[in-house]
Structure formats: structure tokens, C-alpha cells
Ligand binder design. Sequence first.
Ligand code: PLP
Length: 376
Amino acid sequence: MFLDLLEPRPGVIPLACAAPDTPPAELTECYAAILPELAATTSDIGYYPTGHPRLRHAIAEYYRERGVPTSFDQVLVTTGGQQALSLLARAFLQPGDRVLMEAPSSPPGLEVFRAEAAAIHTLSPGMPEFAAAARDHRPALAYAIPTFHNPTGAVLPPLARRRLAEAAAAAGVTLIEDEVLAELGFPGFRTPPPLAAHSDAVITVGSLSKTVWGGLRIGWMRAAAPTIARLARIRAVHDLGGDVPAQLAAAELMPRLAAVCARLAPERQARHDHLRAELARLLPEWHAPAVPGGQTLWVRLPYGDGTSFAQAALRHGVAILPGSGLDPTGGSEDHVRIHYLHPTDTLTEAARRLAEAWRSYRPPARAVPSPPALAV
Ligand SMILES: Cc1ncc(COP(=O)(O)O)c(C=O)c1O
């Protein structure tokens, strides 16, 4: 399932794994800009388990601009946001420890906690019940996606953000805030400051995978300096550090990130609007609410279950994600996640195939449980 989704078969329109499929021109420009420096490199063995200092400084500056004082020793550069999450799970969890997370939630988060044999307790998106759940379950860790929650696309309002961060601090629970999707707002949307602006109990995870390109494999975490030092030791055991040319290019790119996001946002919104319009036209009984940004629609089917329908859709040449694979409780069976990142003519064809699949779809008598969706 994992590799099938990440590397779909020819002829299938991949609407399951959500990430940009074209590196922006700015990335190639940044690689070109660092080549002379790379060619002139001497006296540098190139191993940076905490990340190249230039990129750590650039990421620290990015947080300062978002209103969160950050020094470079509060930043660990990782191989994508995924490695940041894996390292955090490894550092904070013993088998059987409890983790609070939202249901539904993102496959990358879900899988790292499962891999550490954590006992997952679920809360609604935005975690309004955090304080009581922390009291009842005494979790070792909590994980939330407050901006463009994956898969619902919801954005936690300012007051709820403050409450969540303060509740984590009051309970003494480390809260991981996943901001991998946070810079994907449509035009006019202002990404709120991270939850870390409200409390030191929050560790923020970020990445360039969705704003720039997943193939770059640049992610990071922002935390207290002693936590970063501890995580860097664990990271060194994994891979001794990331690709230095990619980090230098990313350091060039960070000051331009807001401009790259602003340039790409109108197209992303146009694709979102187009897919919703096509689904409304061809599948009016589906419920596909608009989102203010991110990459995906969280679609409720009027009957049947997402797993068996995703199989029917695949037979008609479209890969989508069944909702229950994104839900730690196995719930959300009546949902599917569909991304809208393709050009509009591809989305038109995808909607046509989905409508064809839906016409021939006969749901099984009982909902089919979905295997965990190892997807992005
Ligand atoms: C919410 C969320 N967190 C983390 C990741 C992993 O990010 P990366 O590709 O940077 O490893 C993803 C990828 O889809 C994601 O959606």
C-alpha cells in the first residue's frame, strides 16, 4: 500500500499522496547560487548532525519574523518533517506510553507513534478536550496540526491556539505542533504564529516538502536548546546529518519562502475551486467542504465506506485515500481524502473517473477496515 501510493501505477491519477510534483524555479536558482561556494569548499568534512549552521540561522530568522524569538541552537534540521516526528517519538516515548492526538490525523504522525508502540488516545481536531484528557491519561506526548489540519484543512482560531498551548504547559505535557502545511494558505490568508509563541511546552515541526518540494527532504524542529542537543545525538545515530548542498540551497531559499508561497497560492486555490466545482457538478451527493488552504479535500460519502470505494476508484484509474486509514480509532470510514494539486484538466478527468466509479459502486454489507495509510 505504502509504495503503491507513493509510486502509483502508470495511467492512475494519483490523488492520494499530497505534495507538489514540480520543484519551483526558485529552487533551481538557489542551487545555482550555491554552486560556486560548493566548488570552493575546503576544510569542511560536511557532517552536520544538527544541520548546517547557515540553514539553522535562516530557520531561526524565519521564526523571529513570525514573532517567536528563536536562536539558531533552538533549531535542528532534519530529513523532512517525517524525521523530526520520528526523532521526537523516539526521544519522548517508551512502549506503552500514552500519546494524545487528533482523530482524524495525518498518516506521518500516526505511523511514528505506532512505531514506538505508543497507546494512542484521540481528541477532536484542535483538541478542545486537552486539559481533561491530560489529567485522565497522563500522556508522555501530544501531537496536533493546528494550521490546515491534515486531513480536514481546519485552522485553529487564535483563542483556541492560546488555550491549547497553555493547557499543555499547565499539564506539563510536551505538545508537538506540526506546521508542515502551515504556509499553504490561499491568497489573503495570514499564517498565524506557531503555538510555540504561547508556550515553551510546544515543539514545532516544519518542512519545505509542501511549500517547495518533497524531493528536497528538508525539514526541521524548533525546541528549547537542550532538547535540540538531545535530539541531535539521537539523529546522529540515524544518519550523521543531512545532504549539505540541499541545506545550503534551502538556506538561500528561506528568505524567499514567503514570496514563493505567495506566487504559488493563487494556482493552488484555482485548483481547489475547480475540483470542488467538478465534484459538485458530477457528484452532488458528496459533501466536499471548502478549505482556506492546504492541499486536500476531506470528502464525506453519502453511503458505503471509503476503503471499498477507494478500491473501486483505483479500478477506474484514480488513487484516493480512505478516511479510516487516517483515523487512529479506525473511524472516519465514511470519508475519503482527495488532493487538488494537479492541473485543472487532470482534475476534470479525475472527477469524471470518480463519478464513473461511484455509479458502479456497490458497498459491501459491512465497512471494510482500512490498513494504516502510510502516505503523505
Ligand atoms: C502533516 C504532515 N506532517 C509531516 C509530513 C511529512 O513531511 P515531509 O515530507 O517533510 O517528511 C507530512 C507529509 O505529508 C504531513 O502532511
